[in-house]
Design a protein. Structure first.
Length: 209
């Protein structure tokens, strides 16, 4: 499992000629790191008398961020598995007309699966970005830069995952499916429009206040 690799080993695999891990897994890693940083800010805030009035709010945030970290971590391997399925389908035999039909259907099915994984990364990273803004508002000022980094990473994960959705949609022939997924991507981007800038404004204000 990719998630179980040491960081150095993961990076070496990423840099190699191997088809996995790739950008989709990295998108999930990035989202998971954003969620982990949000949890860090929460854990540095709880128990601090200065923030006693937001203690319960912070506890609610960390519960959500830990769930996001867990779910995004699972997508690291799920994305690699989905891409491997596409490669497997492409390598299917093409000797007969029946072979060609079966191969074509397998490729299309695998591509749809491969599009859905980064879409999930987008959805979860969107939630992480919204949480980063919230924890920037109420978390410890001493960890405000970490909230900002979490927001930047979450925003990057969303954009990176979107590219991985797009590369699969481009080869999918089912127009109804592609339109549906493209609409979901657009909705996610619309929901987070301006959120990163808002979060970074909060961060800058707290750093210099």
């Amino acid at each position: 499992m990719l998630l179980e690799l040491r960081l150095g080993d993961f990076l070496r695999e990423l840099a190699s000629k191997a088809s996995v891990p790739g950008g989709g897994s990295v998108s999930a890693v990035t989202g998971a790191m954003a969620a982990a940083l949000i949890s860090m800010v929460c854990n540095l805030t709880t128990g601090n008398k200065e923030y006693a009035d937001v203690e319960e709010r912070i506890k609610g945030i960390v519960k959500k961020s830990e769930n996001l970290r867990d779910e995004l971590s699972k997508l690291i391997d799920k994305d690699a598995d989905a891409f491997s399925d596409v490669i497997h389908a492409i390598k299917m035999p093409q000797e007969t007309e029946e072979d060609k039909v079966l191969r074509h259907e397998a490729i299309q099915h695998a591509l749809q699966k491969a599009a859905l994984v980064p879409l999930k990364t987008m959805e979860l990273s969107k939630d992480a970005l919204l949480l980063a803004r919230e924890v920037a508002e109420c978390g410890s000022k001493n960890a405000i830069s970490d909230a900002g980094v979490a927001a930047i990473l979450a925003g990057a994960a969303i954009k990176a995952a979107k590219i991985n959705v797009d590369i699969n949609l481009a080869s999918i022939e089912d127009a109804e499916f592609t339109d549906k997924i493209a609409k979901k991507c657009d909705d996610i981007l619309a929901e987070i429009d301006g959120v990163l800038d808002e979060c970074l404004e909060i961060v800058e204000r707290k750093i210099y206040s």
